[in-house]
Ligand binder design. Structure first.
Ligand SMILES: C[S@@+](CC[C@H](N)C(=O)[O-])C[C@H]1O[C@@H](n2cnc3c(N)ncnc32)[C@H](O)[C@@H]1O
Length: 227
């Protein structure tokens, strides 16, 4: 058996995914009718990511179930012990990751969220899913919250916060990566292209492929091979 497809995790995910569809509908509608675009979101992010986070405070902005299942499977195949997530929101992706840690039998997820009200809702959701004991939620800017208290090796990273910070967050974590660590980036689309250039160059110690989930949205998987 696995915790992802059994109660309480499966029930909490079903509920949250339904809530997310309703809450994020205006955003999806904006993308569909062209009144908002990924390009515009990138520009907002680069100009003032704090403003964008506040502006999107009611949105889940969550990964979809297929991507979540991929994250869960990757974390289990890697037997990830310490997982770091940049961008908690209401905790949907965190549930996929933490349930993998539960099934691995050991470890923890460190996740970080700028908006305190979102972090609080994530805490409640993780608690309902029976996973709160496996997750360290750090409230604040990832560039500060992930600076300290990473004990030992980081086996897996999910980058799903402000696009303009993907490379800076990865750089912060690099001293903790071991050969074989996995880095998944959701929407690695920062306007500078510096993140993709970094993980796209084997000389920096990475092998990278695009992921098939929303292929136009820059989702990537990188293997840290070591330098
Ligand atoms: C795309 S959402 C995360 C979705 C979540 N991973 C999921 O799938 O359910 C991005 C989140 O990152 C947060 N965020 C953005 N920049 C941040 C930063 N510098 N530090 C911490 N959190 C940040 C935003 O407030 C937002 O809630």
């Amino acid at each position: 058996m696995d915790s992802l497809t059994t109660s309480p995790v499966v029930d909490v995910l079903d509920r949250l995914l339904a809530e997310a569809r309703a809450a994020d509908q205006p955003l999806h509608q904006g993308f569909a009718d062209g009144s908002y675009s990924v390009r515009q979101m990138l520009e907002d992010d680069a100009r003032d990511f704090r403003w964008l986070c506040r502006d999107q405070i009611d949105y889940f902005l969550n990964i979809d179930p297929q991507f979540g299942r991929f994250l869960h499977m990757a974390a289990r195949a890697r037997r990830a012990n310490q997982i770091v997530e940049f961008g908690t929101s209401f905790g949907v992706s965190t549930i996929y990751l933490a349930s993998a840690v539960r099934d691995n039998g050991r470890g923890r997820v460190i996740t970080t969220e700028l908006e305190p009200t979102k972090a609080e809702r994530a805490r409640t959701n993780l608690s309902s899913a029976g996973l709160a004991d496996l997750v360290d939620i750090r409230v604040g800017d990832a560039l500060q919250t992930l600076r300290n208290n990473l004990d030992g090796q980081v086996d897996m990273v999910l980058l799903d916060g402000a696009y303009c910070h993907y490379l800076a967050v990865l750089r912060l974590l690099e001293p903790h990566l071991a050969p074989g660590s996995l880095i998944v980036a959701d929407n690695a689309l920062d306007l500078s292209g510096e993140y993709l250039a970094h993980v796209g160059d084997p000389a920096n110690g990475y092998l990278t492929v695009p992921l098939p989930f929303h292929p136009d949205r820059g989702n990537t998987l990188s293997l840290y091979t070591g330098t």
